[in-house]
Design a protein around this ligand. Structure first.
Ligand SMILES: Cc1cc2nc3c(=O)[nH]c(=O)nc-3n(C[C@H](O)[C@H](O)[C@H](O)COP(=O)(O)O)c2cc1C
Length: 183
């Protein structure tokens, strides 16, 4: 099947994150993002691609901080609430019935119900196509103990991370697979 080129993201299944930010007056904002990726180990850099019209970008420009909340299948039904374009400073976290919790190294809150949190300070932003690529310096990384395996990896079968295909289509219920490395 040959598709129009702009349909290519539908070939790439991506972890859904909910990015939390705050306005200058300290009011929280949350929005789901799936155009996102780790970038570098040292220094630890994380990036996501944000439409410039989003409140998330406005807030990051104001104070340069954000929290990346990695979410599970249990929050799938809330994505349509979190992606609603509420007026500026009308928090999606409250509309979704989620719980704000203090972050450890930045001012925007974490979402308590998340699997893991990546707290970031803006490193740089670049306008790329119709989005802004936002790169954050990771200042804190934490995962809930019950979703971390002794082997030092995420327990995907327990955490059930939510992945995005496109629009209202998601991928869930992954199985772990471990393969021997070639010597
Ligand atoms: C699963 C999912 C993934 C999304 N991924 C992105 C994305 O990667 N980049 C983006 O700009 N918007 C994305 N959106 C749309 C935004 O979340 C949505 O427009 C939101 O209202 C923006 O909120 P804000 O204005 O509070 O920042 C996504 C929506 C959903 C439901």
């Amino acid at each position: 099947m040959e598709l129009e080129t702009k349909a290519y993201p539908k070939f790439l299944v991506r972890t859904v994150v909910v990015v939390t930010t705050i306005s200058e007056r300290g009011i929280s904002n949350a929005a789901p993002f799936s155009f996102n990726s780790p970038i570098s180990f040292d220094p630890p850099l994380y990036g996501f691609s944000c439409n410039p019209a989003h409140d998330t970008w406005r807030n990051i420009q104001e104070n340069g901080e954000f929290v990346v909340n990695i979410v599970g299948k249990d929050l799938a039904e809330l994505m349509h609430v979190l992606e609603t374009d509420y007026p500026y400073e009308d928090s999606e976290i409250a509309h979704a019935g989620l719980t704000e919790e203090e972050a450890k190294a930045v001012k925007p809150p974490r979402i308590k119900e998340a699997i893991a949190w990546i707290e970031c300070k803006l490193e740089k932003s670049v306008e790329l196509g119709d989005h802004i690529w936002i790169t954050g310096n990771v200042v804190k990384a934490e995962v809930k103990d019950e979703f971390w395996k002794e082997a030092g990896v995420l327990d995907v079968e327990r955490a059930k991370p939510l992945c995005h295909i496109a629009g209202e289509f998601f991928a869930v219920d992954m199985k772990e697979a471990k393969y021997k490395r070639a010597k």
